[in-house]
Structure formats: C-alpha cells, structure tokens
Design a protein around this ligand. Structure first.
Ligand SMILES: CC(C)(COP(=O)(O)OP(=O)(O)OC[C@H]1O[C@@H](n2cnc3c(N)ncnc32)[C@H](O)[C@@H]1OP(=O)(O)O)[C@@H](O)C(=O)NCCC(=O)NCCSC(=O)/C=C/CCCCCCCCCCCCC(=O)O
Ligand SMILES: Cc1cc2nc3c(=O)[nH]c(=O)nc-3n(C[C@H](O)[C@H](O)[C@H](O)COP(=O)(O)OP(=O)(O)OC[C@H]3O[C@@H](n4cnc5c(N)ncnc54)[C@H](O)[C@@H]3O)c2cc1C
Length: 668
C-alpha cells in the first residue's frame, strides 16, 4: 500500500537542509547515527511496545517494566553494546525504571565519593549488575533540607561497625527510586556519630536485602530493615513503573569500611578525619552529576511535545474569522497559535545547546575533581542547579501548553501528551525542588556581586566584571532590525541580570541578619536567579551561532530560533527590562514587533525543524504527532483500541442505568 505523506506540502516549504540540521540537533554525525540506531532498535522490537501502558494496573505495569529492563539488559549483552549505546537504548525505551537510578545515581555516587579501594571493589559488581543499587537520601521529613536528615550512623569501635538507625518516623527514607522492590543495595545518607560527637551527613554503601544473593527466591529484607513502595503516583502509566521506596533501619550493623571514604574517614580506633583539601560539598556531587544529565535530556522531552503539537497544528484546519462555515485556516497559521508554539520550538533548541555546554562544563569539573582541584565546583553547582530548574520548569509548562495547543485531542492519552506531562512533572521536584535550586543560584550570584573588587568573577558570572558599564549604559536599539544582533541581545540580558542582582544585593545589605534578609527577599532572589540562568541559555545559543555550522540554510534557521527564544523572553519579562531602566517602552515594543516578524520567518520551516529532531513514531507514541500526518483515521481507530470499547454494554449498565430508564430506582 502506498504511504501518503499528509505533511508533504509542509515539508516542501523547508528552506534548509533537514539532514544537516539533524546532525546539529544530535551533536555530531556519530551521535546522530548512534541515537538513530538505538531508537530504531527499540521501535522495531515488540518487547518495547508501550501503547497499552496507560491501561495497565500498577502490578501489571511494574512487571511489564521489569520485563522491558531485562530485555534491554539482554540486548546490551547479546549485541555487545557500549555504555553509551546502552544509555541511549534505555532512553528510547522511554520508561522510568530502576536502571535509571542504578546507572544514573548509585554508580556515580560510588565513583564520586568512594575511596580507590572501595571503587575497585564495588564498581565492577555494579557495572555487571550483580548488584542493583539506588540513592537513598530523602527522608519523609527532609527533602530539600539535607542537613536536617535524621538517620544516624553511629560508630561502634568495639565491633568496628556502624549502626544505621532510623530514630523517628520522619527519618524514614522516602522516595528513592528503585528502592521499593528491586534494589539489592543503596547508598544511604545519614548523620555520622563518632564517640558521641556529630559530624554531619555522609554517605554509606549499604545492603538491605537478602537478594544480594541473586539466586535466592526470597526477596525479604535483612533483619532490622523495613522496606516498601511509597504508593501510587500521579498519572497511571507514567512514573508508576518506578518503585519509589520507603526504608527504615532498626540498629542495623554494617562494617566500618562501608562508609564512602573519599570525603572523610573514620579510623579503626574511632578517629574522624576530614580528607585534606576535599570540600565537604563533594558529598553532594552526585546531585551535580544528575542535574547535568537532566539538562542534557530535557530538551528531548520538550522537543517531543513540540513535535506533536507542531505536526497537528500543521494539519488541522479551523474556520477563518470571515467565514464560520468553510474551514480554511491551518491552526499553525493563527498568529496566536504561533506565539504560543514557536517559542517552545525555539526553547527546545536553546535547551539542547545549553545542555551541550553544561556537559562540557561538567566533564571539565569532573576531571578537576579527580585531580583534587575543587575551584570550579561552586560554578558547576550554580549552573547545574539553575539550569536544571529553569529547563525542567519551562519544559513541563511547555508540555501542558502543547496539550492545549492540540485542543481536545491533546487531552486524549493517545496524543502522547498527558503521559509525557505526568512523567516529566516530578522533574521540577526531584534532584532538588526548582525554587530551592534557584535560591542556591541567587546565593551564588549575590556572593559574586558582593565580592566585586577583590575576587574576579569567572565563567558564567564574568559579566559581573563589567558591572559599571552594565549598570549605566542603556540599550541602543532604535529599530526592530537592531534586535536581531547576537551581541546586542546578550548585552540586554547581561544588563537585566546585573541590575537585578545589584538591587537585590543592596536590599540584602540592609538586614542585620543576612539569613533573615535572604528569607524575606526570597521571591525577588528567585527572579534574580532566573535572569542569570536565562542569560546563560541565551548566550550559549549565540555562541553556538558563532561556530561553523554546515548545511544549506541551517545557520539562518537557527538564527531565527535564537532570536525568537531571546525576544520572547524580553517580551515575557519586559517588566524586568523596563523597571531596571535598561529598556524604554518603545524599545520593548520594537522587540515584540520584531518577534512577530520572526514568527513569519519561522513558519515555513516549522515542520522541517521538528523533523530534524529525528523522533521515531514509537518514541513519540502520539496519534496526532505521527510522521505521516495521517491523523484522523488513526485517531478513530485508537478510540476502538481502547478496551473500554470492547463492548457496547459496560459493566454496571444493567444494574445502574436500567433502573433509571425503567423508573425502578426504588429496587436499588
Ligand atoms: C543546597 C541545599 C539546598 C541546602 O543547602 P544548605 O543547607 O543551605 O547548605 P549546606 O548543605 O550547608 O551547603 C552550603 C554550601 O554548599 C554548597 N552546595 C550546596 N549544594 C551543593 C552541590 N550539590 N555541589 C556543590 N556545592 C554545593 C552551597 O553553594 C554552599 O556553598 P557556600 O558555603 O556558599 O560556599 C541542599 O541541601 C540541597 O541540595 N537540597 C536539595 C536536595 C536534593 O536535590 N535532593 C535530591 C535527592 S535525589 C533525587 O531526587 C533523585 C531523583 C531521581 C530522579 C531520576 C532522574 C533520572 C534521570 C537522569 C538519570 C538517567 C541516567 C541514565 C543513565 C543510564 O541509563 O545509563
Ligand atoms: C518522582 C520522584 C523521585 C524521587 N527520587 C528520589 C531518589 O531517587 N532519591 C532520593 O533521595 N530522593 C528522591 N526524591 C525526593 C526528592 O529529591 C525530594 O522530593 C525533593 O528534594 C524535594 O524535597 P521535598 O519533597 O521534601 O519537598 P520540600 O522540601 O518539603 O518542599 C516543599 C515546598 O517547600 C518549598 N521549600 C522547601 N524548602 C525551602 C526553602 N529553604 N526556601 C524556600 N522554599 C522552600 C519548596 O519550594 C516546595 O514548594 C524523589 C522525588 C520524586 C517526586
């Protein structure tokens, strides 16, 4: 049967080389080839079917996810896949499960915080999956406040043991993924007590389950340990494939050498030693690593929602305002649809490029940390925390907007958007609540501003070196065209961030107790942090454009996206730009007018830009976002694929509808 491409006319409008753009999006020809291979391996393997997922009850859903993870492991071994290939394979399976935590947090925690001897012992076991681990930090009463963790690890010098204990209900470990049902091991965070003295929170390598011996059929916990799942979560098929768990210890003994010993150690004699020159913050290092990974991945999540909404918008017709009868307008041709959709399309590209940069920054920091150079850790912490917060919040809001952009059909599970929203929304909370993370960024920015004159601002805060210029020189834009210049845009974002930071720093200085000031001004401080992070994203996009980008029309198409991203933010946050006095109202309105011009330049490329994401229909799992655009027959068919349509007479019909029709309710 001949395949009809319902989006062919749209594809023919493209003004750039889509294949070349696919390389830019993927990062390199090699990455494109790798991702394409893994995405298609998953798409073509029946084991990874996922359309029925939302219909399954929790136990079936969970078993199904275990089956998929086992198939994935088998493929990794049978095909001899590299760690990088295996990572992408798991990514395209598109189902949160215990391997995310095992590979994403448990192993990095041992790598970052274990001594050489500990790494040698535990990493091979972990990498071969002879043990499965999770990351048990959060407690029922303490998520953001890590210093408040209550679980204790008391050293018993006589037996050379630590005694791990949950002294209160609120000290129950609560939420760790993979903990509830699957993991055999955990990195557990607890307060260290040696000779009655507290030494803050540290990490322990711990086993809590008999299933350490994988061939045991019994999976009951070790004596003194209570473990379980925290319960059903939002969005049926979404994050419920993960066994987020609870864990309590009742005086559980573990050998002394199971304390992760890179940051500090306890000797056989019970002497606590902080390792020379290694900052305590390193025990938070795993969070820096995962926040970076989240930023690297989140652009794909947003691109997926945007791809669905763009394709559907380019197919579905609505009435024009002059004729209520003849459906003529494509949804994508409404200015109002464009003004909601195109900034999201631009954001997906912007987040991809900032994610690449963050990966570079993190790789550099990791190498330095291995060589005991901790100088760039604060910058890495602020950048990973801030960008994780900014990009996940924008992505989750973006998915919701894409759902609305598809009208009623966006609300159908078969659109792929409700599940995508449900699986993504906890990213605003896990790995640090987004507001709490922005407050960390604000601390970093305010500290940098306060130290001007005696400490040189570096990296992402180096704009603060030019504080005088940024505070006193106002915007030079005179025409709309002036707004589409990279350096001018970056300067506008620098000036806004610098001015907001200085104002907040001055207000803070009026408080006698800095912590009280920080608390009272926290809403303003979050805005300072947002301005700083948006500057990073905009400037990394502009830097990307300065690179050599091959392919007909590719650079031009990216320029339009970059300016759409930046000018959309100028418009959305024009209050900041105006209040700080950097822009005049005239300049702000020129930015908005230019934005509309950019939307019309983006319009012919819209479908090609989402095709360049190279998403398979399997990964999208959306009837309205199909590549071929053949939406309506498939939408109709999807309705009948729902088991609810197996029969015309639902359970309960005879019992509860007939009495109403027959007016025999009294018999009920
Ligand atoms: C920082 C807090 C908010 C509180 O801090 P506070 O009490 O004020 O201060 P202190 O703790 O004393 O610290 C202050 C100083 O330390 C600096 N700091 C803080 N954090 C860090 C850090 N991370 N790194 C470096 N430095 C740091 C800070 O700047 C201060 O410095 P200074 O004194 O000013 O100089 C803190 O407590 C906090 O972080 N709270 C948030 C808690 C949190 O984030 N918890 C996370 C728990 S784990 C979790 O949620 C896991 C979720 C699982 C999600 C799964 C996602 C998976 C997707 C990705 C993985 C996929 C990989 C797949 C791989 C594969 O398949 O192969
Ligand atoms: C799906 C999912 C998976 C998770 N996986 C893991 C895991 O694998 N391992 C693990 O250890 N944990 C995990 N967590 C826990 C997660 O890290 C915490 O939920 C998160 O750190 C937030 O903590 P909390 O839930 O205690 O929220 P709270 O800290 O109670 O925050 C609640 C509200 O208070 C505000 N708030 C809190 N503190 C401040 C402050 N200082 N200033 C201003 N406002 C503040 C927040 O902004 C938020 O609005 C997971 C959570 C979820 C939802």
């Amino acid at each position: 049967m001949e395949l009809v491409d319902h989006l062919r006319d749209e594809r023919n409008k493209a003004q750039f080389d889509v294949e070349a753009m696919k390389v830019v999006w993927a990062g390199s020809p090699q990455e494109l080839q790798l991702c394409d291979r893994m995405a298609n391996l998953v798409a073509n393997h029946p084991a990874f079917e996922k359309l029925k997922r939302p219909m399954l009850v929790r136990k079936e859903l969970f078993k199904n996810s275990l089956r998929k993870a086992a198939y994935a492991r088998k493929l990794v071994i049978d095909l001899g896949l590299s760690e990088e290939e295996a990572k992408w394979l798991r990514f395209y399976i598109d189902e949160p499960t215990y391997p995310d935590l095992h590979w994403g947090m448990f192993i990095p925690a041992i790598e970052g915080q274990g001594s050489e001897e500990q790494k040698e012992k535990w990493l091979p076991l972990s990498r071969n999956m002879q043990i499965i681990g999770c990351y048990a930090q959060t407690e029922m009463g303490h998520g953001s406040n890590v210093q408040g963790l209550e679980t204790t690890a008391t050293f018993d010098a006589q037996q050379d043991h630590f005694i791990i204990h949950s002294p209160t209900l609120t000290s129950t470990k609560w939420w760790p993924g993979g903990l509830g049902k699957v993991s055999t091991h955990a990195v557990v965070y607890a307060r260290l007590i040696v000779n009655g003295e507290f030494h803050g929170v540290h990490g322990w390598y711990n086993y809590y389950s008999f299933s350490f011996f994988l061939y045991l059929e019994d999976h009951s916990p070790l004596p003194g340990i209570t473990v379980g799942d925290v319960g059903l979560k939002f969005g049926n098929g979404a994050y419920n494939t993960m066994d987020n768990g609870l864990l309590r210890f009742h005086h559980v003994r573990i050998p002394r050498n199971q304390m992760l010993m890179r940051v500090s150690q306890v000797s056989r004699e019970g002497k606590y030693m902080q390792c020379d020159d290694v900052p305590r913050q390193l025990i938070y290092g795993t969070m820096v690593s995962v926040r970076q990974t989240i930023v690297a991945m989140v652009s794909r999540t947003l691109s997926r929602a945007v791809c669905i909404a763009t394709r559907y918008s380019a197919l579905r017709r609505q009435h024009s305002s002059s004729s209520l009868v003849v459906p003529c307008f494509l949804m994508i041709d409404y200015q109002s649809q464009q003004s909601r959709l195109f900034p999201l399309l631009a954001s997906a590209y912007a987040f991809k490029f900032v994610g690449e940069w963050l990966k570079w920054l993190y790789t550099d920091v990791k190498q330095r940390l291995e060589a005991n150079d901790f100088s760039t850790l604060p910058e890495a912490h602020a950048s990973t925390a801030g960008l994780k917060s900014l990009t996940t919040s924008a992505t989750v809001d973006g998915i919701e907007e894409c759902m609305k952009l598809c009208g009623g059909d966006g609300y159908l599970v078969s659109s792929g958007l409700p599940e995508l929203f449900a699986v993504s929304v906890p990213a605003c909370t896990y790995e640090g609540d987004n507001t709490v993370l922005m407050l960390q960024v604000a601390r970093f920015v305010v500290k940098t501003v306060s130290e001007v004159g005696y400490k040189e601002p570096l990296g992402t805060s180096s704009y603060i070196r030019r504080l005088n210029t940024l505070l006193h020189n106002n915007c030079l834009v005179q025409t709309g065209e002036d707004w589409v210049k990279g350096d001018r845009i970056v300067e506008a974002f620098e000036a806004r961030a610098a001015r907001m930071a200085v104002t907040c720093t001055q207000h803070l200085a009026k408080f006698q107790d800095p912590e009280q000031g920080f608390s009272e001004l926290s809403a303003d401080l979050v805005e300072v942090a947002v301005a700083h992070c948006q500057l990073i994203v905009v400037s990394k996009f502009v830097e990307k454009l300065a690179q050599d980008i091959p392919g007909k029309g590719v650079k031009e198409a990216l320029e339009v996206l970059c300016y759409v991203y930046a000018l959309f933010l100028v418009h959305k946050h024009q209050g900041d730009f105006l209040v700080t006095g950097y822009l005049t109202p005239k300049q702000a309105s020129l930015a908005n007018r230019q934005l509309r011009i950019l939307y019309s330049r983006l319009r012919p490329n819209a479908i090609a830009l989402v095709d360049a994401f190279n998403h398979t229909d399997h990964y999208l799992s959306s009837v309205v976002g199909r590549y071929d655009g053949n939406v309506y027959p498939n939408l109709y068919q999807a309705a009948f694929n729902d088991p609810f349509n197996d029969s015309h007479v639902p359970d309960g019909y005879h019992q509860y509808i007939h009495p109403i029709l027959n007016q025999t309710l009294a018999k009920l």
